[in-house]
Design a protein around this ligand. Structure first.
Ligand SMILES: [Zn+2]
Length: 341
């Protein structure tokens, strides 16, 4: 991982696509854009759609999606005005979620934790946020990928019918997240209908295509549906807790010598209902995990136990965003444990 310090980023605002944008890879965007950039394009309906991509530099399906959509409307006006935020270009140039010297670009939006609220990146996101709200945005989409195997799903931070309708345009599953401050989606609560689209693993054309279908659907809508989607159109889950490895513990996937050795195929459990007793790995430690609920409490003892060196789930739950990439576990988390609402 890179340890280079990068100067505090400044927001660039453009009123057209830079030359070469439709063909560029995420790693090459830094050749076209000096840093975080807001590209504002006019369209037939005035209230803009706001889309952010690459808030995590390694998650490239959003870029692929916007390239598809913008190529389609290259020679004619967009059906709706678009505000496109291209986020962490420095991290994208190295294929990383973020650089060590940077905050997570999806934890520094208005409403962030106090220690992140004053960093330069937070001021930058606040400027973008202000502009999106002032222009009376129609909807806000934040396009992401997962590192582990996951089906497509939306993340919502609000149970407003318009938000859920937006989620149902993307996938049949949505996760309600509360208590994750500073995300793009949460920052628009009560202001603009907003969802995060989790588009599976990066680098796969099918995932960029799915995100493009969502963007196109929203760009061409006159109004958002006012009714909550039917249960079979959208299954909604909520978070029991976010699972982290306790600080300072050596862990890996499929390496027996580690104090905490997770199963290397753990991400197969994503979005499966997992029974009490399911093993997650082996360990020489009594309490290697912490599980933080939406109130900020550690509820690990309600969910995991170690017996004879095997780490097991002690109640049924549905894991999401399980990753088998140790670096992502350190920078973000092992997984979310959820249940159906
Ligand atoms: Zn992400």
């Amino acid at each position: 991982m890179s340890t280079a310090t990068v100067p505090a980023p400044e927001l660039t605002i453009m009123d057209r696509l830079p030359e070469g944008f439709l063909q560029a890879s995420a790693r090459d965007l830094h050749r076209l854009l000096p840093g975080p950039t807001l590209i504002e394009l006019p369209g037939e309906r005035k209230a803009p759609l706001f889309v952010s991509i690459l808030l995590h530099g390694n998650e490239d399906s959003g870029l692929g999606a916007m390239q598809r959509v913008l190529a389609k409307w290259q020679d004619r006006p967009l059906p709706r005005s678009l505000m496109l935020m291209v986020g962490n270009i420095a991290a994208a140039s190295e294929g990383l979620r973020r650089l060590d010297s940077q905050p997570d670009y999806n934890r520094v939006w208005p409403g962030a934790e106090p220690h992140l609220a004053e960093v330069p990146e937070a001021r930058l996101m606040a400027a973008v946020h202000r502009r999106v709200v002032e222009r009376g945005a129609f909807a806000a989409l934040d396009l992401h990928n997962n590192t582990g195997r996951n089906p497509h799903y939306a993340v919502v931070t609000h149970r407003d019918p318009q938000v859920l309708a937006l989620a149902a345009l993307f996938a049949r599953r949505a996760v309600l997240f509360l208590g994750l401050p500073g995300t793009q989606t949460a920052s628009f609560d009560g202001l603009v209908p907003a969802i995060t689209a989790e588009c599976g693993q990066p680098g796969l054309p099918a995932n960029a295509k799915a995100a493009a279908r969502l963007v196109e659907a929203v760009l061409t809508l006159d109004t958002l549906p006012q009714a909550t989607p039917e249960r079979d159109a959208l299954e909604l889950f909520h978070t029991i807790g976010v699972v982290h490895v306790r600080p300072g513990i050596a862990f890996d996937f499929g390496k027996e010598a580690c104090a905490l050795n997770f199963s290397p195929t753990l991400d197969r459990l994503n979005f499966q209902m997992v029974d009490a007793g399911t093993p997650f790995g082996t360990t020489s430690l009594p309490r290697p995990l912490e599980v933080i609920d939406e109130a900020g409490c550690d509820i690990a003892d309600d969910l995991f136990a170690v017996e004879d060196g095997t780490l097991r789930l002690t109640r049924s739950a549905l894991p999401a965003m399980l990753t088998v990439d140790p670096q992502i576990v350190k920078q973000d988390c092992l997984c979310y444990l959820m249940e159906r609402i």
